[in-house]
Design a protein around this ligand. Sequence first.
Ligand SMILES: [Zn+2]
Length: 447
Amino acid sequence: MHALLDDAENRAWLHGLFFCMAICLLAACSDAEGDKRPRRVVVVVLDSTHAAHLGCYGGVDGLTPALDALAENSRLFSQAVSNTTWTLPSTVSLMTGQLQETHGIVTNQHALDEGAVLLAEQFREAGFLTAAFVQMVYASEIYGLDQGFDEWNRYQLTVGIRPEGMAQAVADWMDEHADDEYFLYVHMRRPHSPYDPNPLFKMHLEEGCPLADGHLDETLAHADSRVKGSLSEVERSHVEHLYRANLATVDNRIRDILRRAQQDDEALLVVTADHGEALGEHGHYGHGYSLDAECIDIPLLVAGVGVVPGIDDEPASTVDIAPTLHELCGLGRPADLDGRSLVSRLQGEVSPRRSVLLSTRYNRSSIPEYGLIKDGFKVVLDREDSLKVFEMSSGEDVTGVQQELAGRVGELLRTRKIRASTLSASEGRTPLEASTEAELRALGYIR
Ligand SMILES: [Zn+2]
């Protein structure tokens, strides 16, 4: 038929066709957008969760039944990583969609800039009620994380309201606001140390393990501040069991929160972690110093409105969460975003391989590491300023045969290192009150 038309008629016919298609597409998009926009958004952060321990990520069966059940209804990102390795910068990255060098919190002497645009501020501007329940000092108002929240509830480990009741308070809050539009941020301390699982979960402990006989060993409960080689193999095994039991405890605690969010057909639920936790792998414990898999591999489960359940095997990271919520909830998109929206991937599309930037530094005196995940490899500029290349699937050091990749990525990582050192030099120390110091000590950050 087209061949019978001359050029002018052909152009007019095609213009008409495209016009109709555009109108239909716009109508379809606006219908779909209207349908898929969540009225309630719940973000749950489980502090220090290395994804490999969750049943749904290939960990021990029966340890995390609530999270495993959620995974059945979620898009599970099997290659999710945190862009950095400790609570404060990682939480700010989650709330802003920015890397450490962009939001400027590169050491524990920094607080959030008042000019930063946080998810809560954007949700509030869009008419959502905003509420937070947090148990971690590094995710608190002391560092500016309360910006944009109508309701802010911090549960402290050392003073004030005991944290045990927080999950129930969250569930009650969800019932109370069941018909409202809201953004709810829940930051659970566990499985972060102290490794002090509820005795109800001692079935996850091995024989001879502290707490199995009713008492908690302070050294092992705070093993994340231990250095390489300071624990025996038996103690290391005990620490691993205590950590897992801590994870089982928090899985149980959040069960009712997850159930409420999943039963709400107008809600979107995101469950993730701010970083992982080393339990003696590579000779270290804890987090905040290394870009090894156990410190950056985190769970990322997204369920609810606009989500097609399934598994996504391409890289995703903490900074992608904010742009995803911007798009899914129709929020304004601020400038200087480092993350990318995962919305098409939540709907089941396969994304092309992409790069993820990593960094880790805790305090000004520590030497940072920088990294890039690209094409199935992780390139790390380590503390000795040498470049290492690891295969993502096996963790194997393949530096010897990937010199070209190391050289290409090395230049970028060195540029980032210089930029970050300039930032940390220009900022002053955040003064800490005595109660905050006590909290940080209880969490193992100060010895
Ligand atoms: Zn943390």
